[in-house]
Design a protein around this ligand. Structure first.
Ligand SMILES: Cc1ncc(COP(=O)(O)O)c(C=O)c1O
Length: 452
């Protein structure tokens, strides 16, 4: 359904709540000005209702969490049933049956499906925790502390992930407390629409990268390569199709572990159950989060049983890596229901089709300010450019505010802040996609200097 706007956006109740929040929440958390934000009250499918009664269309899946839509009915009833029985338990001391079933299910859909035998799982709450569990696993397994990462990578904001990630903006204020085990290298970009063999531009990047990788591994105690199969917050950057296979080859040659951060790209978001499958690459460790429980915080670091047992000693009664909420029962119940939906064979294809329809509609916007369409499946981005072809951060954030007034929830991404991040729920329909494309067309046409 298209948006239904009852008041000016933000409406009076949102404005009042913003004023109150600004009194008592730390300044750096919620961005607020006279045009932003709206306060959410409820959500269903692709729709979000704010406290002023406006119905908005969510093109973010609330940070990539609600790919199955907000509150999918079977996930919601799993939550309600579980809430009546047990809300919180003792995840690493006296666990629930749900935790057993969830670890089994995660093993089935990852390494067992990839023909690598059973997997073992470390559950966590937020995405960055699962990456930190993978970093610890790689150190325990290899004895080598250093990790190759990629420029503009985003793995979350814990100290371990800040050190491993390479977004200067987030790490710079804290550098005095960060260790420097991360070795960032440039992330290659695909210029050949994923067609093999790679075109010369893609090949050249991969050749340069291979030399740099092998040199780094020769000169440093590298235990792992940590990578997003498609960079999300870094701007929906799709690497050449030979990239992940190259990393796999180098890890096999050197004994390093390949860690795939599929916190955003996983669970059908990119048109395959996991994004690394599109490039026929099996990582050593895969990290999941965001949409895993379709709305409650839950994450997982997953590796083959062989690797996990090699890395981690048996517990002596005091786990060396755990959290209070590990295996939270309602989150596990929701994840089991969500993974049943994700395992349906036609979902990946559906995402591919919706993604290519959306891409076609965006490509029809024939203006120089509309740069490349980036991403894959329903993890898409649109570059916004100035009349002389430079990244246009102001126009991009301008659209986030403008489109909110038209009932669209959007975000921007990329280091230059000039990529509109388009991560809608999978059940977004054609009319909703057309509405978005029309709003963007109208906005770009209205920019100063636009040739319409
Ligand atoms: C690829 C990727 N990894 C890790 C994270 C961190 O997840 P969380 O914010 O749940 O810690 C994010 C969050 O946006 C992400 O996109």
């Amino acid at each position: 359904m298209l948006p239904d706007i009852q008041t000016a956006i933000p409406g009076p109740r949102s404005l009042d709540l913003a004023a109150r929040l600004s009194q008592h929440e730390c300044r750096n958390v919620t961005f607020m000005n006279s045009e932003f934000p709206v306060f959410w009250q409820r959500a269903s499918g692709t729709n979000v209702w704010d406290v002023d009664g406006n119905r908005l269309l969510d093109f973010t899946s609330a940070f990539g969490v609600s790919g199955l839509g907000h509150s999918p009915p079977t996930v919601l009833s799993a939550l309600k049933n579980q809430a009546d029985q047990l809300i919180h338990g003792m995840g690493d001391v006296h666990p629930t049956e749900l935790k057993v079933r969830l670890c089994e299910k995660i093993s089935q859909i990852t390494f067992e499906r990839w023909g690598q035998g059973p997997a073992k799982v470390i559950l966590g709450n937020t995405g960055f925790e699962s990456i930190e569990a993978a970093l610890k696993t790689s150190l325990l397994a290899s004895g080598k502390p250093s990790v190759i990462t990629f420029e503009n990578a985003y793995h979350g904001l814990g100290y371990g992930t800040l050190a491993a990630g390479a977004m200067h903006r987030f790490s710079a204020p804290f550098v005095a407390q960060l260790s420097d085990f991360g070795h960032p290298l440039p992330f290659p970009q695909c210029f050949c629409e994923q067609k093999l063999p790679c075109n010369p531009d893609c090949l050249e990047q991969l050749t340069t990268l291979e030399t740099a990788l092998r040199k780094k591994i020769e000169q440093n105690p590298i235990g792992a390569i940590l990578v997003e199969p498609i960079q999300g917050r870094g701007g929906k950057v799709v690497p050449p199709p030979g990239f992940l296979p190259l990393l796999r080859q180098i890890c096999d040659d050197t004994g390093s572990l390949l860690i795939a951060d599929e916190i955003l790209t996983g669970l059908n978001r990119c048109g395959s159950l996991f994004a690394c499958e599109a490039n026929q690459t099996v990582p050593d460790l895969i990290c999941l989060g965001k949409s895993l429980a379709s709305g409650l915080p839950l994450s997982a670091c997953v590796g083959t049983a062989e690797l996990m047992d090699r890395a981690w000693p048996p517990s002596d009664g005091e786990a060396i890596h755990t959290t209070t909420h590990l295996g939270n029962p309602p989150a596990c119940a929701m994840a089991l229901a969500a993974l049943d939906l994700h395992s349906k064979s036609d979902l990946a294809k559906h995402v591919q089709q919706r993604g290519s329809l959306f891409t076609k509609l965006l490509e029809k916007i024939d203006l120089p300010s509309r740069g490349r369409i980036l991403g894959r499946g329903l993890l898409l981005g649109v570059e916004i450019l100035t009349p002389n072809g430079q990244p246009d951060r102001a126009a991009t954030s301008g659209f986030v505010v403008h489109s909110l007034k038209k009932g669209l929830i959007t975000l921007s991404a990329s280091p230059a802040g000039n990529v509109l991040s388009l991560v809608p729920p999978f059940n977004i329909n054609e009319d909703e996609l057309r509405y978005f494309a029309d709003c963007l067309q109208e906005y770009l046409t209205s920019l100063p200097g636009s040739i319409s």
